[in-house]
Design a protein around this ligand. Structure first.
Ligand SMILES: [Zn+2]
Length: 267
């Protein structure tokens, strides 16, 4: 059944919990199938149900992939449903550490990509703060460069970036950044100490001019729902950058559809 789902619904929102669970167990939460099984390092795996907001899956094909901050062979193998060894062999890598940010890889027999998001047990996360990039284009790789230039030594300041189909990324693609993977403070909202307390999610786009895409909104709803439930974050703590006390900004933009977003979250 799992194989069948994988085959027909290639664009799963794919979440792995790192806590050690050794039971095989099925559970459901709204919009998400929870599937826990014995495999390392994936203890618990969540697959969201595909819906109209998601990109249609494609057949396996050869793709090129530019390595983004925080991406490992394990992660790329999960994203494209191939083995790490196949990526190593095809790209003449010395070992599984032989990757660098910005490197271009060729991957044969790549399945339609899935978003891979790990959830780490933590009591740190009390808020989710939503941003826009205020740029037409971008990706985690771009923001990493820009933020390193600002002198932020951990690079991209957000925990997640939701792409808009520019800079080789899929529309609605969710990129987890190293700050998320290492569970570090963000560098996205100094006011009210949100860098320490809040998960920062940035949608690529300028929402003073246009709205997020349909696929970005679907990914945002999926991601925030999963984070909210796992970290038990109350709805009132899911806010825009401009809502934070002491933050003088209109981020994530005047056109960001708050009403629709909150309605879909609560549903
Ligand atoms: Zn912002």
């Amino acid at each position: 059944m799992r194989k069948l789902q994988k085959k027909f619904f290639g664009i799963f929102f794919f979440i792995v919990l790192c806590s050690g669970c050794a039971t095989v167990h099925h559970d459901t939460v709204p919009g998400i199938i929870v599937d826990k099984r014995e495999s390392a390092p994936a203890a618990n795996t969540f697959y969201s149900l595909p819906d109209q907001g998601r990109e249609r899956p494609f057949d396996r094909r050869t793709i090129t992939h530019q390595v983004a901050p925080g991406e490992t062979l394990w992660r790329l193998a999960k994203i494209y449903d191939v083995s790490p060894q196949a990526i190593i062999a095809e790209n003449n890598l010395k070992n599984d550490q032989d990757l660098h940010i910005g490197q271009t890889l060729r991957i044969s027999q790549a399945a339609s990509p899935r978003d891979v998001v790990q959830l780490y047990p933590s009591s740190k996360w009390e808020y989710i703060v939503i941003h826009h990039s205020a740029t037409d284009e971008g990706s985690s790789l771009d923001f990493n460069k820009a933020h390193l230039q600002k002198g932020w030594d951990q690079g991209v300041g957000y925990h997640f970036v939701i792409d808009n189909g520019t800079k080789t990324k899929r529309d609605g693609q969710i990129e987890a950044t190293p700050r998320w993977i290492k569970q570090l403070d963000g560098a996205h909202c100094k006011a009210s100490e949100m860098n320490r307390r809040a998960i920062g999610i940035c949608l690529v786009g300028n929402f003073n001019i246009s709205e997020p895409t349909i696929r970005q909104m679907q990914s945002l709803v999926d991601l925030v729902s999963a984070l909210r439930q796992y970290y038990r974050i109350p709805f009132k703590n899911i806010i825009g950058h401009g809502h934070v006390e002491g933050a003088a900004t209109d981020c994530p933009g005047k056109q960001f559809p708050w009403k629709e977003f909150l309605h879909r979250l609560i549903k």
